[in-house]
Design a protein around this ligand. Sequence first.
Ligand SMILES: NC(=O)c1ccc[n+]([C@@H]2O[C@H](COP(=O)([O-])OP(=O)(O)OC[C@H]3O[C@@H](n4cnc5c(N)ncnc54)[C@H](OP(=O)(O)O)[C@@H]3O)[C@@H](O)[C@H]2O)c1
Length: 287
Amino acid sequence: MFRTATSTARILTRRRTTTSATINPLLHHHHFLSQRAATMSSSAAAKRLAGKTIVITGASSGIGRSTAFEFARTAPNNNLKLVLTARRIETLHVVAAEIRAEVGDGVAVLPFQLDVSKPDEVRAFVSALPAEFRDIHVLVNNAGLVKGVAQAPAIAEEDIDVMFKTNVTGLINMTQAGAVRGGSIYCATKAAVRSFTESLRKELVATRIRIMGVDPGQVETEFSVVRFYGDKSKADAVYAGCEPLTPEDIAEVVVFCATRRENVVVADTLVYPSHQGGAGVLHRKGT
Ligand SMILES: NC(=O)c1ccc[n+]([C@@H]2O[C@H](COP(=O)([O-])OP(=O)(O)OC[C@H]3O[C@@H](n4cnc5c(N)ncnc54)[C@H](OP(=O)(O)O)[C@@H]3O)[C@@H](O)[C@H]2O)c1
């Protein structure tokens, strides 16, 4: 069984410190924008993002990339800082340039090469950031992948290894650092993430750290290309006759969750396209 409705973006938000709450970002930076911004009213979401630093893993593609754009569009003039991480650093530079081209210099975007499956890299991550990016408020734990469609007896050891190292230990290590058919291992990794997320929420119940989960159904990204080891025609067949979600659809939900009032925890969400009735239950046009 291919479980499409599985966990992806795990969002961890932290209360802003009193010090940063008193800073008016428009006075500190972007003087050329301040006059215009002063006459514009900001949405509640934009205000809540003021002065925040957001780390997104897997920002080079798909849902992570769209989430970076959505945060920037939501708070283009609020001293927002985005740290975009993934293995493909050149792609991250392109994403950062595209964000700047769209929203201007009001959002600071830092591309940062990071392989979440390498514990040493993750451990060194925060201290390797420039000082002004180290006070992380929101961590979007999005990086993840599925390899292959083999059923349990035939799954390559290497694929099991890479999925667990990326989807489970990678995500757990990041959290510590930040202050489908035949998909049994993928499902196991995502079930582990769900358990970890739920336990973490309980552990942190006495704090203002909010643990939220966004679980997408079928979304068309590079996900299936990665799954089929780069075979584009096999990846395209996954979506034949379907109208999958776009990564932007999920990005909007992630940013919505991250920009609620401090006392609001959207603990869990499940987001399907309208032709999907459950994991692996998809209506295909013409069938
Ligand atoms: N698409 C769907 O239908 C769907 C459904 C449910 C859940 N999800 C989940 O949604 C999340 C995002 O997937 P997507 O659909 O946006 O797929 P995608 O387009 O393939 O993007 C995956 C991202 O994860 C990054 N990544 C993979 N391995 C990494 C590693 N070891 N270290 C750092 N970054 C790594 C990739 O960047 P680099 O290659 O540059 O490192 C890429 O930016 C995943 O957790 C996935 O399991 C997707």
